[in-house]
Design a protein around this ligand. Structure first.
Ligand code: ATP
Length: 212
């Protein structure tokens, strides 16, 4: 049997139910053997996170502690340089071999910015892409991505069998939750409860994260 591995990278500043529910649904829908959550160290595409890398990692660990099928991979935090997804996929390929079926899971917002990623055209040589719908998505796709979707899209999850190179747009339970919203609630002295696991909220409160 070929190993089927999904990778959900992110800043996870903090991790929330939008990430976690998507992870579970993708895992089931694509019959994955493993789903790895990979917090990034120095995100190349965005502002400095509100929590440190070890704190973001710890929150991902707390959030996934009760689910043996969600694995936390700290490979990008062990690298002493910006987190480029293409390099993470290359090291996963080395680890898992050419036959493994690898899926890079990204939200629609991340997908719409793909042409700005380091060596983005190599990504599909290494993995297939699973693009998650986000309820608040309003980004218009650049032409190059429309062409890519036209050429590589697969309509049915059960048809995703290639080791790499395909794209699936997946409609999962829409949860309009973002880390930005959670941080702004805390900054405003309001509660983000029930948008993220209680264990993560407890960690945020104990460590005084995201306060003004
Ligand atoms: P921020 O608001 O700080 O930008 P975020 O909530 O988008 O953060 P990230 O850590 O940047 O979280 O997201 C990691 C990945 O998960 C990205 O590909 C993102 O598009 C996706 N994602 C985040 N939230 C959701 C959600 N509610 N539904 C589906 N995908 C999501």
């Amino acid at each position: 049997m070929t190993l089927r591995v999904g990778v959900l990278g992110g800043t996870f500043d903090p991790i929330h139910f939008g990430h976690l529910r998507s992870a579970v649904e993708v895992r089931e829908c694509l019959a994955l053997d493993e789903l790895r959550l990979i917090p990034n160290a120095t995100p190349p595409h965005r502002d400095i996170p509100g929590a440190s890398a070890p704190q973001r990692l710890e929150m991902v660990r707390l959030a996934t502690a009760s689910d043996d099928n969600l694995l936390v991979d700290d490979c990008e935090l062990r690298r002493d340089r910006p987190s480029y997804t293409v390099e993470t996929l290359e090291s996963l390929r080395t680890e898992l071999g050419d036959n493994a079926t690898l899926f890079l899971i990204v939200g629609w917002d991340a997908f719409s910015g793909l042409p700005g990623w380091h060596r983005w055209e190599d990504l599909l040589q290494l993995a297939s892409l699973v693009v998650l719908q986000r309820p608040e998505q309003d980004q218009e796709l650049p032409e190059v991505l429309k062409d890519l979707l036209a050429a590589r899209s697969v309509g049915d999850p059960s048809a995703m069998q290639a080791a790499h190179g395909e794209i699936l747009c997946l409609a999962q339970t829409p949860l309009a939750i973002s880390a930005t919203h959670i941080r702004s609630l805390i900054q405003a002295g309001r509660s983000p409860r029930f948008l993220l696991p209680d264990s993560v909220l407890g960690y945020i409160e104990t460590n005084g994260l995201y306060r003004p």
